[in-house]
Design a protein around this ligand. Structure first.
Ligand code: SAM
Length: 517
């Protein structure tokens, strides 16, 4: 056994998790070099100037964590992380939409892929991130790792190795709640909990603020005396005892995924309850302290941190997650000051715009090789207006559209769309107004087509650079749905809109994907 290997096993209390690829042939630990991401400011909200905290970062968290070390080494008070659990699922974001004339429907967008080729790949992903999190934590700091029983044991051994076995504090069992009929069909004990592993950066200096849950109604102690005024001290099994089960409304600890209705729901499949995060933040952080969530999904930790007067750093590489988190912060914390950072430069795509007497005609350029749409965002702090410069949905968009084209009924060739999303504003033929506070999710625009049927154009703002266009085209009682992911050209072409037919060349790899509904 090599020296490093012996050291790592010792830190882990003599037991070590080893996976193929952890060590090289000479027994040295494999640690690929990580370039720090270049964090580029893209939006700032609120009255205070941009700072080094209250950051929502779109990018891979390994490179982002590496970059955060420059400013935040040893300065993070609490980390909550809810990484992919290796569930074997490709998660989607499902947004309910209403299509006039076609009724209710669901718009599905890829969210994140939790399929791993092997357990080794999962640990390979997690280990370098945990090492950086360890370096970011303050000496009194805490780490909560949310996993499920399929990975909890390997992750615990990995944490023992990186933090030291004595840094382990508690294994919190979170009972997810009511179990659906489908789950109860398992010929086994019914699975009903996640595991949250709680570690201290340094057990001798750990700060912990003891948290109590109110006594359930009618509670009397065995001796007949009333209980502590504070309530019952919370143990490490959550959402199972009488006091937790008596919690209701937003305080209830049942997973919001099993609730058919919850105001908190954003549509993100793995979104966690704010109540869960409030409990963790109350115990392991104080007002003004810094909370990091490197797998932030729909932004639960960031939203709870702001609501509880903490500062946050939140990272996700998924465009859908960032869009939801961004929309949520704007909606739930309209006064807060925070910034959105990107790790990739904006992408430009071919733009084409033809202006006619009445406004902009949205056209399919005959030579468009695939779906591409470019929108122009007005430069400025907030996105207040989006101007459609072109829609390019070539025959490759999907087979059905191609057939329509072949039959001489291309739904998009002459679609003059009248954009008027703001009922309060005077009618503008070529301007679509989007209030950032509403984040433009699920915005529907009714465009009276100048010819051949009627189209409903829907814009779904995935993040500040990509917008999904969904065209529901109705003709003779048939609805054809075409989807294309559009890229937003950030600041370059504002003056192009009134010009006739103007085309700019794309940057490599910038074409959006499309799929048939
Ligand atoms: C289980 S979800 C987190 C859900 C979150 N706790 C919430 O309340 O919405 C895991 C998230 O990790 C993100 N993710 C996975 N790998 C990542 C990586 N390498 N860098 C950044 N984010 C990543 C996924 O996009 C996904 O949003």
């Amino acid at each position: 056994m090599s020296r490093t290997r012996r050291r790592e096993a010792a830190a882990a209390g003599g037991i070590e998790v080893v996976w193929p690829g952890k060590y090289d042939a000479r027994g040295r630990r494999v640690r690929p070099r990580v370039e720090a991401a270049s964090l580029q400011p893209s939006e700032h909200h609120g009255a205070s100037p941009p700072a080094h905290d209250n950051l929502l970062v779109h990018g891979d968290n390994l490179a982002v964590l590496q970059a955060l070390l420059a400013q935040h080494r040893g300065a993070v008070d609490l980390v909550y992380m809810d990484p992919p659990f290796a569930t074997g699922t490709a998660f989607e974001l499902a947004l309910p939409v209403h299509v006039p004339g076609a009724g209710a429907s669901t718009l599905r967008t890829p969210a994140f892929d939790d399929r791993w080729p092997s357990g080794a790949a999962f640990l390979d992903m997690l280990a370098p991130r945990l090492e950086r999190i360890h370096a970011l934590l303050a000496p009194h700091g805490s780490l909560y790792v949310h996993v499920d029983p399929t990975r909890a044991h390997a992750v615990k051994l990995l944490l023992d190795e990186i933090f030291g076995a004595d840094a382990f504090q508690r294994e919190i069992v979170w009972r997810i709640g009511w179990v659906s009929g489908f789950k109860t069909r398992a010929r086994n004990w019914i699975r009903n909990h996640d595991t949250i592993l709680f570690y201290a950066r340094d057990p001798a200096r750990l700060r912990f603020h003891k948290v109590y849950v109110p006594h359930p109604p009618g509670y009397v102690r065995r001796k007949g005396t009333p209980g502590r005024v504070d309530g019952i001290a919370i143990d490490d099994v959550w959402n199972a005892g009488a006091a937790d089960l008596a919690l209701s409304g937003a305080d209830a600890l049942d997973s919001i995924q099993i609730k058919s209705f919850s105001r908190e729901k954003t549509g993100y499949a793995t979104q966690k309850n704010a109540s869960l995060l409030r409990r963790i933040l109350a115990a392991s952080s104080a007002p003004g302290e810094l909370v990091l969530d490197p797998f932030c999904g729909a932004g639960t930790t960031a939203a709870v941190a702001l609501a509880m007067g903490r500062r946050f750093l939140a990272i996700d590489r998924g465009a859908a997650a960032i869009q939801l988190a961004r929309a949520r912060l704007l909606r739930e914390q309209p006064q807060a000051s925070w910034s959105l950072l990107q790790t990739e430069p904006p992408i430009e795509l071919p733009l084409q715009c033809t202006r006619t007497g009445g406004g902009v005609v949205v056209r399919t350029p005959a030579d468009a090789p695939g779906p591409a749409v470019a929108l122009q965002l007005e430069p400025g702090r907030d996105v207040t207006r989006v101007r459609v410069l072109s829609v390019a949905l070539g025959p490759a968009v999907d087979a059905a559209a191609a057939q329509q084209v072949a039959a001489g009924a291309d739904p998009l060739l002459e679609l003059g769309v009248a954009w008027d999303a703001d009922p309060a504003a005077p009618y503008r033929a070529d301007t679509l107004r989007l209030a950032t506070a509403e984040a433009a999710i699920d915005r529907e625009l009714l465009g009276p087509a100048r010819a051949r049927g009627c189209a409903i154009v829907q814009l779904v703002d995935l993040d500040f650079r990509r917008v999904q266009l969904v065209v529901h085209w109705q003709r003779q009682a048939r609805t054809l749905t075409v989807r294309g992911t559009m890229r937003v050209a950030a600041a370059s072409l504002h003056a192009a809109a009134p010009q006739p037919a103007r085309t700019l060349s794309p940057r490599a790899g910038s074409r959006g994907a499309s799929r048939r509904a």
